[in-house]
Design a binder for this molecule. Structure first.
Ligand SMILES: Nc1nc2c(c(=O)[nH]1)N[C@H]1C(S)=C(S)[C@@H](COP(=O)(O)OP(=O)(O)OC[C@H]3O[C@@H](n4cnc5c(=O)[nH]c(N)nc54)[C@H](O)[C@@H]3O)O[C@H]1N2
Ligand SMILES: Nc1nc2c(c(=O)[nH]1)N[C@H]1C(S)=C(S)[C@@H](COP(=O)(O)OP(=O)(O)OC[C@H]3O[C@@H](n4cnc5c(=O)[nH]c(N)nc54)[C@H](O)[C@@H]3O)O[C@H]1N2
Ligand SMILES: [Mo]
Length: 692
């Protein structure tokens, strides 16, 4: 096709979001001129979010990295010179080889990646092969969802929940620990349909988010107390006979134990823990128990606390008590991701690997600085970062930056932009964006697989991650023929699966339509007739697996690490719980450098008047937010949009784009959740003071 022709290309939004939109790019004279949501896609419904509407501004941003760079200044200063691909790859390969052949072996090399793109090819194929064959340390990719995924697994067997396309049939929708309009906006049209048909919509969140504003009611819960609320609801459900005895008898394990446990959570006790009135806890339970099909949308916000896995496990038990799983629009959804069974073994080739140690990505600070602090194994001497910006997103940022500053650490960063992390690199390699490479996507908020075809040629000298790792493998002499597979071959390998839910997801269907629904009914009712994938095949109120792990086998309230009642001395010094959840216009740290989305804004902190007044904080006061781990500054907004004792710092800022160079992760800790070793970003006590 001549380059002058106007054409449209089907793609997939690559970002870490439940919605995984199907988009259509218009290309004119080789340049992308428009991206729009696919109007035919049942979930995308023809619209894109505030951020991805700016995808072209990001793609053609004047700061896009277009050539390999080599560091010339001190680490962190961001001083680089342009080098050729051959020079960069030769130097990287020889340094990685030297580390691998050194006293600590290849385990001294650590890959660091997350979901900057969620594509099966650009996020988990050639890169994994490369590090497997090298014998590098493994990375436990915990930074977002592992606590909740474990919680779901323990109760229902897998991270598989109710289908959002059933929501229009719901008569009660509970948005629980999720800011839908910001983090999952394509769910909203389904919620609207339910609302228009008479459903009540509730939001349970310590912050009156833009989502809470649109709901019938906001329940301002204390952070980290959701399990207590769910147990309080169970107390009332059982006490008032609102349970579904037939479903309980047929499809659950440990119902009698659970009923006993719920007796320990009378509304008065739950009110003291959650900060919600006892009367409201009772009426919430009644609303839930009397609903025909209540849809509970939990998301990852509520599991970023010490007891996050238990909280998800406990909430996930609710629809089995009331039998709501049996009806369209009923149930709990954390994710749909486990329904997608791409052939990850074919993509990643785990058999190329040997026994190596695993490092939890949220302990990056300790891994780089204090290997003795429980990380274990040899020191990290080389770090290869892609699809992630750990210098801004990882907790305990002071430790992370001190680690990245180590002169003996060799750091390579594959990026679109000169991020906080790229400033610490020895070599920066320019990567392609979604408009420039091939990929295929799963989703975690719906049931459609999506193909992404390249719409434009790579800008400058950019290369796809797959190609960069292919070339590095060649430079290192990794001989396995799998390193010659091209991206089309990888795509075909991803699809070689006999899983029945994937039967519709064929190469031909993707090429012809761009996206395809998994082989499941609409709406998909995963547990209507039981079929739980737990060891017992039942919904496990009682979990022998948790008992074997030394945990409470029954749902329980597990307080946050930094819960004032548990750590009164700490709370006396740092009385405010800081929630640093996403700013509407940012996607983690992606888009923070896009001018039309940042709009010269500065980091903000929303504080309740009860907390602001005694501290002499007014609207617009510049404040410092601090604890023993670190500090960052922000401009105060005084508002009852947060409950007293809670402050909100919309995130995640690039340190280098703030006035003091810091962000909220200066204050967050490297502690982990009860299961899944996940992060505890919102389990974070701080103090706030006007800046001196
Ligand atoms: N615009 C935008 N969209 C995004 C993202 C983004 O950065 N920007 N990030 C994406 C990613 S990676 C993820 S994981 C998802 C996250 O999306 P969500 O799962 O919705 O998570 P968060 O936005 O982290 O938190 C949601 C809400 O939980 C509340 N919350 C905090 N602690 C508690 C608690 O203990 N209990 C309850 N009930 N509520 C609590 C917060 O106040 C917040 O309003 O969104 C994705 N979508
Ligand atoms: N305080 C606080 N911290 C948080 C959170 C929070 O709510 N509060 N959220 C947490 C959560 S939920 C998550 S998921 C993590 C997310 O943390 P990250 O996964 O690190 O996400 P991003 O900050 O979006 O950084 C992704 C980077 O990948 C790059 N990238 C995108 N596509 C490609 C590609 O194809 N190739 C290459 N080489 N690079 C690419 C982007 O340019 C971007 O710089 O952050 C966590 N950190
Ligand atoms: Mo996330």
């Amino acid at each position: 096709m001549p380059d002058s022709a106007v054409r449209t290309v089907r793609g997939a939004c690559p970002h870490d979001c439940p919605d995984t939109c199907a988009f259509i790019t218009t290309v004119e004279n080789g340049r992308a001129v428009r991206v729009q949501g696919d109007p035919d896609h049942p979930f995308t419904a023809g619209f894109l979010c505030a951020k991805v509407n700016r995808y072209l501004e990001r793609t053609y941003h004047p700061d896009r990295l277009l050539h390999p760079l080599k560091r010339v200044g001190r680490k962190g200063r961001g001083e680089f010179v342009r080098v050729s691909w051959d020079e960069a790859l030769t130097a990287i390969a020889s340094r990685l080889r030297a580390v691998a052949d050194g006293p600590h072996g290849a385990q001294a090399i650590l890959p660091y990646s997350y979901a900057g793109t969620m594509g099966m090819l650009q996020a988990q194929s050639m890169d994994r092969r490369f590090f497997n064959a090298l014998g590098a340390s493994r990375l436990d990719r915990t930074i977002c969802s592992t606590a909740g995924a474990w919680g779901m697994r323990m109760t229902v067997g897998a991270n598989v929940g109710a289908d959002a396309e059933g929501i229009p049939s719901s008569d009660l929708v509970i948005l629980w620990g999720t800011n839908t309009l910001t983090a999952n906006p394509h769910l909203w049209p389904f919620v609207r349909q339910a609302k228009d048909a008479g459903a009540r919509v509730l939001c349970i969140d310590p912050i009156r988010t833009r989502t809470a504003e649109q709901c019938d009611e906001w329940l301002p819960i204390r952070p980290g107390t959701d399990a207590a609320l769910a147990l309080g609801m169970m107390h009332v459900l059982f006490a008032e006979g609102l349970q579904d005895d037939a479903y309980l008898a047929k499809h659950t394990l440990g119902a009698d134990h659970l009923r006993q446990r719920a007796l320990e959570y009378p509304p008065e006790r739950v009110a003291a823990l959650t900060g919600l009135p006892a009367e409201r806890i009772i009426t919430l339970a009644r609303e839930y128990g009397r609903a025909r099909a209540a849809f509970v949308r939990i998301n990852y916000g509520l599991q970023r606390h010490g007891g996050g896995a238990m909280a998800v496990r406990t909430i996930a038990a609710l629809p089995a008590i009331t039998g709501h799983w049996q009806r369209a629009g009923g149930g709990v959804q954390l994710s749909t991701s486990a329904n997608f069974k791409y052939n990850t073994a074919a993509l990643e080739r785990p058999e190329l690997s040997r026994e190596v140690r695993t490092i939890n990505m949220i302990r990056l600070g300790d891994a780089l600085l204090r290997p003795d602090a429980g990380v274990g194994g040899p020191p990290v001497q080389a770090l290869v970062v892609y699809n992630s910006n750990p210098a801004a997103v990882a907790p305990d940022r002071n430790a992370v930056l001190a680690g990245l500053r180590r002169e003996d650490l060799f750091t390579v960063v594959l990026e679109h932009f000169q991020t906080d992390t790229a400033d610490y690199a020895d070599y920066v390699l320019p990567a392609t964006t979604q408009l420039e490479h091939l990929d295929v996507h799963f989703a975690y908020g719906h049931h459609y697989a999506t193909l992404n075809r390249p719409a434009i040629a790579p800008l400058g000298e950019c290369k796809p991650n797959t190609q960069i790792f292919r070339e590095l493998a060649a430079k290192l002499g990794l001989a396995d023929p799998c390193f010659s597979d091209d991206d089309d071959t990888l795509l075909r390998q991803a699809l070689t699966t006999s899983d029945p839910k994937m039967a519709t997801v064929t190469y031909e269907a993707l090429m012809a339509h761009g996206w395809v629904r998994l082989n499941v009914p609409t709406p998909y009712l995963p547990y209507a007739e039981g079929g739980f994938s737990t060891p017992s095949g039942k919904c496990e109120f009682y979990s022998a697996r948790m008992e074997a792990m030394g945990l409470d086998p029954l749902p329980a309230f597990t307080p946050p690490h930094e819960f004032p009642e548990v750590v009164p001395e700490l709370a006396a010094r740092f009385p405010i719980t800081l929630v640093s959840s996403p700013r509407h216009q940012f996607l983690n740290t992606t888009f923070v450098n896009v001018a039309s989305l940042r709009r010269d804004a500065e980091p903000e902190l929303t504080v309740h008047p009860d907390d602001a007044t005694p501290r002499g904080i007014d609207q617009g006061t510049r404040v410092v937010v601090f604890n023993d781990r670190g500090a960052f500054s922000a401009v105060a907004r005084v508002s009852d949009q947060v409950r007293p004792g809670v402050a909100w710092a919309p995130s995640v800022w690039w340190g280098k784009l703030t006035s003091d160079g810091h962000n909220a992760n200066e204050t967050t800790s490297q502690r982990t959740t009860d299961m899944g070793a996940g992060p505890v970003f919102y389990d974070n006590l701080v103090e706030i003071a006007p800046e001196a």
